[in-house]
Design a protein around this ligand. Structure first.
Ligand SMILES: [Zn+2]
Length: 377
């Protein structure tokens, strides 16, 4: 319930209330207007040194927080985007919306909480098509506010008017518009390492964009009280003999040869991103962990692509797509919240097989048999 209040508060902060959230009737994804960050500026981030044999990997919590781009539009003025380098007059930081909106007002606030790294001289620009931008307001003391004149806007840009002598921090771009634009409720940035295959740079960038875009959906599907997902993910492509991809903590590793042979298989990386979101602990059955990932992938991200199943050999413990189908059966027949519930338990380390009986009145093996019988019809 706390989560819900926060979400409503965020929406009110971000703009109009035409898209209200309700506990029992979430707004369908397709109706939400998301933003994408497009910037010539890199985030202040240093790639961690490779882990040596026998050395402990630095944990998330121990690392300094990375001022990722999406923090500039997350509804939280305490977080900010920080640029790696000093921006020049040629650089920009742009938010592009899925659909054009009518702007009521925009207030862009730059600078860190301690007041440093403000935009000394710069402009806010608006664009109706995402290509041609015109000046709409000037920054003074690091802040720019503009009122809309009824124009339709697809993109908002912050641009220095001169080369800067320090990095730029953008704490928040607050947009009041009709309809509202979704702020980043689960801000994330994926940092890429394609050293082993520089020719896959474009592929990696496209893949990161897709996974960043799906982060909202993944976190809504797998939300649980008090859980905050990682804001930084690293995605590394490695030249190695086999494997597809795997995830450890917030580090995703994929195999160069696999993605060269299957360049459209972005779903495999969405699956890995789901593992980052899962953040499970305790002794959870592997088939269920993987099955839940593939449930989100094939029933939420790319429905209709799950492929065939062999009714003679399918077992609920079959993992991946097979278990995904089994979970979908439970969601549809017994408990719409089944995936939410299983996810919460596995994340909190309290999973027990009896959970299936609580949801359906049947033991897990009984459920498995019942599901199998439906495949043979
Ligand atoms: Zn997996």
């Amino acid at each position: 319930m706390k989560k819900l209040i926060r979400a409503v508060g965020l929406m009110a902060w971000a703009g109009t209330s035409t898209l209200a959230f309700a506990a029992d009737a979430p707004t369908p994804l397709a109706q939400l207007n998301f933003a994408t960050v497009d910037s010539s500026l890199d985030t202040l981030y240093t790639r961690p040194a490779p882990v040596q044999r026998g050395q402990q990997q630095l944990r998330n919590a121990d690392a300094a927080p990375v001022p990722i781009k999406e923090f500039a539009f997350d509804g939280d003025p305490k977080t900010y985007f920080g640029s790696l380098k000093n921006p020049t007059a040629k650089d920009d930081f742009t938010l592009v919306f899925d659909k054009p909106v009518t702007i009521k007002s925009i207030t862009a606030t730059t600078g860190k909480p301690d007041g440093t790294d403000k935009l000394d001289a710069g402009v806010i620009q608006l664009s109706a098509d995402g290509t041609t931008f015109t000046d709409a307001g000037k920054f003074a003391e690091g802040v720019a506010t503009i009122k809309g004149k009824g124009e339709k806007v697809l993109a908002v840009r912050i641009k220095p008017s001169a080369d800067m002598t320090h990095p730029l921090a953008i704490s928040e771009i607050a947009i009041e518009s009709d309809p509202a634009v979704m702020t980043f409720k689960y801000p994330v940035e994926i940092f890429l390492n394609y050293d082993d295959a520089p020719e896959l740079k474009d592929w990696c960038e496209k893949c990161a964009k897709i996974c960043e875009r799906q982060y909202y959906m993944l976190n809504e599907e797998l939300k649980s009280e008090g859980y905050k997902p990682a804001t930084v993910i690293t995605m590394t492509l490695k030249a190695r003999d086999n494997g597809v991809a795997e995830t450890s903590g917030n580090r995703i590793t994929g195999t160069v040869s696999f993605f060269k042979a299957h360049p459209t298989d972005f779903g495999a990386m969405v699956h890995e991103t789901t593992h980052v979101v899962q953040h499970y602990r305790g002794r959870n059955p592997g088939w269920l962990v993987e099955g839940l990932c593939d449930y989100v992938r094939f029933f939420k991200y790319e429905p209709g692509k799950i492929g065939g199943i062999n009714p003679a050999t399918a077992k609920y413990t079959g993992s991946y797509r097979v278990t995904a189908r089994f979970l979908n059966y439970i969601v549809e027949k017994y408990d719409k919240e089944a995936v939410h519930k299983l996810n919460k338990m596995m994340r909190e380390g309290t999973y027990k097989e009896e959970a299936f009986k609580d949801m359906s009145g049947k033991t897990l093996p009984e459920l498995g048999e019942e599901w199998q019988a439906t495949l043979k019809k």
